[in-house]
Ligand binder design. Structure first.
Ligand SMILES: [Ca+2]
Ligand SMILES: [Ca+2]
Ligand SMILES: [Ca+2]
Length: 404
């Protein structure tokens, strides 16, 4: 099975695992409370805040009285399952903000709340020109933010992955940060598996239009690391091969891609000496995105190059990779041992094992076989003619027979 076939199998498994549920669809022509959501206004009776269908949107308007609150709670929704952040989930909102005003920098007239089954989640506030996260220590203070024209209809993808949320806008990265725990405040932040959209403050108001809300479960990133067309697994080796002394361009390129359904984050990417990198990979890869990682070494000195490349990421299945880096800088024939040409396996002794290495290679690849592409040892070219043939084994055998 080729790496490509393996990968397409892997992707198919992920696709079948990733379940999508529509929680609200304005195209059905009904308001969210007619599709399973709890619509709640404060005050309960006589609120000037209103909801109404307008084309392919439901519009929620609290601008007539800032002190009122109103919005949609998933509490009663029959189709919302367990929001398990360790398994990962993803909420998608298609909406726009027609107007918003606030009396405090820590409040927004339109907010989205997503709380996992353990109450840890995130509240995102929407102003017309930015989105921002509510902090939990202290409670409900304006935290990280990103500028965006929220008055234009867009699809917002909110990914919850263990300890981090990531917000995309029309498939473009917008905002990320740690998840928060607001449960000390009480209701509704003490409700597990909660999704809320609306105005939840007496200090701001908004006129918002929501077209669609969806949830995906089991959304995980999947790192696919490829070198020279081969998918890399933990423990694999990246071999730079023989490198002529003082040559340039001793580098290898890794292709990292996210074949999963959630943003991939590089937690740690380390290259040990004598290898190094001048182009660290992207720290975040959105689903389907790809980045290159170039690892290089110097060729200033004859000898072996051994190192490690370590990748730690938020991919729970294959996100931790420790790869061996190797290479060999040579000034003479690349596969002739410069210390002792007869010492094929480079163990500082000449023994029958050295001849056997050559014979095994010839048995496997035949006489006239190409030189290996990987780094020596073994140094199979005993006579240094840049070919591997029976004479290379014979030289070792003759030496041993002579007993010198
Ligand atoms: Ca309000
Ligand atoms: Ca040896
Ligand atoms: Ca030879």
């Amino acid at each position: 099975m080729t790496a490509r076939q393996q990968r397409s199998l892997c992707v198919e498994m992920l696709e079948s695992r990733c379940l999508l549920t529509t929680l609200y669809d304005a195209e059905l022509g009904t308001t969210p409370d007619q599709q399973g959501w709890l619509y709640f206004t404060d005050p309960l009776v006589g609120a000037s805040t209103n909801q109404q269908m307008n084309g392919t949107f439901v519009e929620l308007n609290s601008t007539l009285d800032r002190s009122e609150k109103a919005g949609y709670f998933s509490t009663t929704h029959p189709d919302l399952g367990v929001l398990d952040r360790s398994a990962g989930y993803h909420l998608r909102f298609q909406m726009r903000l027609l107007a918003e005003s606030h009396g405090s920098a820590d409040r927004a007239g339109l907010s989205i709340i997503a709380l996992s089954q353990d109450l840890v989640g995130i509240e995102i506030g929407f102003w017309t020109d930015r989105v921002w996260a509510q902090d939990d220590a202290p409670l409900f203070v304006h935290a990280e933010e990103a500028l965006a024209d929220v008055t234009v209809e867009a699809v917002y993808d909110l990914y919850i992955d263990r300890d981090r949320y990531t917000l995309l806008r029309d498939q473009q990265f917008l905002l990320t940060g740690p998840l928060r725990d607001y449960s000390a405040f009480g209701a509704p932040y003490d409700r597990a598996n909660l999704v809320f959209v609306g105005d939840d403050t007496s200090s701001a108001d908004a006129h918002a239009a929501v077209a669609r809300i969806e949830v995906h479960y089991d959304t995980q990133p999947t790192l696919c690391a490829v070198h020279q067309g081969q998918e890399l697994a933990d423990g694999d080796t990246i071999d730079f091969g023989p490198l002529p002394l003082h040559s340039t361009g001793a580098e290898e390129t890794l292709i990292l891609s996210n074949e999963g359904e959630a943003p991939w984050y590089l937690d740690e990417g380390l290259v040990s000496l004598p290898f190094r990198t001048e182009s660290p990979p992207s720290v975040v890869l959105l689903p389907g995105a790809t980045t290159e990682w170039i690892v290089e070494t110097d060729t200033d000195q004859v000898g072996r190059r051994d190192g490690l490349l370590t990748i730690e990421s938020n991919d729970p299945s294959g996100g931790s990779l420790q790869l061996t880096l190797r290479g060999y800088v040579h000034s003479g024939p690349p596969f002739q041992n410069p210390l002792d040409p007869l010492d094929v396996n480079d163990d500082r002794a000449v023994a029958p094992g050295d001849a056997i290495r050559v014979v095994s290679y010839l048995n496997r690849f035949g006489p006239g076989a190409e030189l290996p592409t990987g780094s020596p040892p073994p140094f199979l070219d005993v006579n240094g003619d840049d070919a591997i043939s029976a004479i290379d084994a014979l030289l070792v055998v003759n030496h041993l027979n002579r007993g010198d």
